[in-house]
Ligand binder design. Structure first.
Ligand SMILES: NC(=O)c1ccc[n+]([C@@H]2O[C@H](COP(=O)([O-])OP(=O)(O)OC[C@H]3O[C@@H](n4cnc5c(N)ncnc54)[C@H](OP(=O)(O)O)[C@@H]3O)[C@@H](O)[C@H]2O)c1
Length: 295
């Protein structure tokens, strides 16, 4: 059985990887804060160099997009230096390093972004993630970088869970309706990474950059309305709040966000044609899980 080291195993994608690895017949070994700190190569080596592993997946990152604007040093430490350290660690062990990046490497003026399209991040978070991509590529050739978008899950904090909480406490809210992307379930991100891992172990050359997101593309308002309808249907919320459509200008945030960061997923589909990425199915599944947890 192949052994995979999962860094950031308590995050949304990390927890999904830990849950699913077994169904791919992989043994997953997970590490996260505070037992490991990817910004410190010595700690990484101390904790993990003795492990007999075949591949590493990095799901750890500094993901607080707005906070990063005033915490640039910390964002770069984790997203750039941390990613480089994992590349160095994998190089020393001669194992592949699979990593996750973001649609926020783009400015959002184009949409339908392909892997070769020019990047232009408009936030510190996006810049630090792009720096991490470059550092990993420079450090270790055996890498996969999977850029994804608007990740949500049953774990941690995310847009879906925020919407449920707001619907349980407010009668009226405003949601941005002029930013477009692809909501992506952390489970589907984990499956995409494990599918690529499986291909790698079948000797397919999978190294390189991929775009992966849920479809159909939508705006935050449409995403929120789907969440409210599903949550209302299963009784997770008692009523659907009145939702006003907002423009980005009407909802200022510390970090700028791309207006249209939809990712073209043709490349990954050419390798994994049956890849799961229907975000509405996943909203249904996750809302059922949350409902069961509540009762
Ligand atoms: N969330 C999104 O909408 C989104 C969209 C596109 C791409 N992505 C990318 O997808 C990946 C996974 O995102 P996610 O939403 O699953 O992240 P997440 O839920 O925020 O989890 C990240 C995990 O990394 C850990 N971590 C942070 N700094 C660390 C360090 N120095 N050493 C070790 N572990 C550390 C965190 O621990 P603590 O919580 O204790 O700090 C947390 O458990 C990231 O690369 C992210 O950039 C996310």
């Amino acid at each position: 059985m192949k052994k995979i080291l999962i860094i950031g195993c308590k995050g949304q994608v990390g927890a999904s990887l830990m849950k699913l690895a077994n169904s791919y017949n992989f043994e997953a070994i997970g590490f996260d804060h505070p037992h490991i700190d990817i910004t410190n190569l010595d700690i990484l080596n101390e904790q993990c160099s003795h492990l007999e592993i075949d591949l590493l997946i990095n799901a750890a990152a500094y993901t607080a997009v707005d906070k990063a604007e005033e915490d640039e040093k910390a964002a770069y430490a984790v997203n750039d230096l941390g990613t480089k350290n994992l590349g160095l660690f994998c190089k020393a062990k001669n194992i592949p390093c699979f990593h996750i990046s973001t649609d926020y490497v783009f400015d959002g003026t184009q949409g339908n972004y392909k892997e070769a399209d020019p990047t232009n991040p408009v936030s510190i978070y996006g810049q630090s993630k792009l720096a991490g991509e470059a550092s990993l590529k420079e450090t270790w050739a055996q890498n996969v970088i999977l850029r994804s978008c608007w990740i949500y899950s049953e774990y941690g904090n995310n847009f879906l869970k925020t919407m449920i909480r707001l619907a349980q406490t407010k009668d009226e809210l405003g949601i941005v309706a002029d930013q477009y992307g692809g909501p992506t379930s952390a489970t589907d991100v984990a499956k995409a990474l494990l599918d690529l891992t499986e291909k790698h172990f079948e000797s397919v050359d999978v190294f390189g950059l991929y775009h992966f997101s849920g479809t159909p593309y939508c705006n935050w308002y449409e995403f929120a309305m789907t969440i409210f309808e599903e949550a209302f249907n299963v009784g997770l919320i008692e009523k659907i709040p009145t939702v006003n459509k907002l423009t980005t200008e009407q909802y200022p945030t510390p970090a700028r966000r791309p207006a249209n960061s939809c990712l073209d997923i043709v490349k990954i589909k050419s390798i994994i044609p049956e890849i799961d990425n229907d975000w509405k199915d996943e909203v249904k599944r996750i809302i059922k899980v949350l409902k069961e947890e509540q009762s």
